[in-house]
Write a protein that binds this ligand. Structure first.
Ligand code: GDD
Ligand code: MG
Length: 337
């Protein structure tokens, strides 16, 4: 158990404050983003102006006063980051061994004595969690799961809904063609603490073992509009980057951009140096990175202190911290570290 911040125990219950707690599941190894996640945990991957996890924390409603981060993989790195980062109260709760999404929730359970929010630590979305909490209370079930419609649900949890939005079936990652609908688990939940009674000890999957068991206790679906991305793979992380960039437009902070550079918006760069190169659309360039003459970069993320050599091409790719794309080299649909 590790604490970060000043408060070592959660604030005492006071219904007049109507505050809530949130748990973010952030202990996965990010295997689908290797080799980048060999260097940093998925929650700390930069997404435009801040790490992925801060987008999630900042999207929580004001009524959430304490955020528990269920961590395992690279927890020291996360702990170090939160020590340096002001904001909401964030308490890291460590699992010695990964406990799965259900086990991780149970491990935080001793702090959860009232309705709480839980979310996967890799989701970028436009959901209004305050309105989801309201709907949860109206329905009065043990849990409410945010739902999103996709064309191929096989990589997700899939639900079938009754007319009053009750979840009648939950299938985790069904085979192609066997999914009961196109409505998927968006990885954002509101739960009553009673859900913890249905989670056994050790490694437990919320999706495979717990949801099917609690359907008769009232598990409801909450659909929303706008955008939703699971950033667990490169293409999706870059898609989330494109969505956030398109909301922010063109931003160059303290960057040196050659007058002959061709900059195609939207992009975001901080403390970068851009020679007469073509940059954009959909490019983020982090601190101290350098792009040389004649390079072409689109739909990509260049992490700090990276270098793109003369005439090099970078498309749909992530260039890790301190990595180098050599002169004339092409990097496409890859993660380079
Ligand atoms: N603390 C902790 N411990 N966290 C974990 C563990 C663990 O053992 N295993 C996974 N997590 C965290 C991950 O870090 C991630 O933030 C979240 O739980 C979900 O894990 P993923 O590995 O990203 O799952 P997924 O994307 O394949 O599937 C999940 O998300 C889909 C939506 O994106 C499931 O919840 C699906 O049902 C859902 O549709
Ligand atoms: Mg995921």
């Amino acid at each position: 158990m590790k604490f970060v911040g000043h408060v070592e125990t959660p604030a005492p219950d006071d219904n007049s404050l109507q505050t809530m707690k949130a748990v973010i599941l952030a202990g996965g190894m990010g295997t689908r983003l290797r080799p980048l996640t060999n260097l940093m945990p998925k929650p700390l991957i930069p997404l435009v102006d801040k790490p992925l996890i801060l987008h999630i924390i900042d999207s929580l409603p004001e009524s959430i006063d304490t955020v528990f981060l269920a961590v395992n993989y690279m927890k020291d790195v996360l702990e170090d980051y939160f020590k340096r980062t002001p904001g909401k109260e964030v308490i890291l709760v460590e699992e010695r061994e990964p406990l799965g999404t259900g086990g991780a929730l149970k491990n935080v359970g001793r702090y959860l004595d009232d309705t709480f929010v839980a979310c996967n630590g890799d989701i970028i979305s436009s959901i209004d969690i305050a309105s989801m909490i309201e709907e949860h209370h109206l329905k009065g079930g043990i849990g409410t799961i945010a739902l999103w419609r996709v064309s191929d649900p096989s990589a997700f949890g899939v639900v079938s809904l009754s007319e009053d939005k009750r979840i009648e079936l939950f299938q985790e990652k069904p085979k192609r063609g066997e999914a009961c609908s196109n409505l998927i688990n968006a990885g954002i939940y509101v739960f009553e603490p009673e859900i913890l009674d249905f989670i056994g000890d050790g490694f437990v999957s919320l999706e495979r073992e717990v949801f099917p068991k609690i359907l008769n206790r009232g598990l409801y679906g909450y659909s929303f509009d706008g955008y939703w991305v699971d950033c667990g793979v490169r293409e999706n992380l870059l898609e989330a980057q494109r969505i956030l960039l398109s909301q922010r437009g063109e931003i160059h902070l303290n960057s040196k951009v050659d007058v002959k550079a061709k900059i195609i918006p939207p992009n975001f760069m901080t403390n970068a140096e851009i020679g007469p190169a073509t940059v954009g659309p959909g490019v983020c360039i982090c601190d101290r990175s350098v792009v040389h003459n004649g390079a072409q970069i689109s739909n990509s993320l260049l992490m700090e202190n990276s270098v793109v050599g003369k005439g090099a091409v970078v498309r749909n790719s992530i260039i890790g911290p301190n990595a180098r794309v050599n002169d004339g080299e092409t990097v496409e649909n890859s993660i380079l570290v």
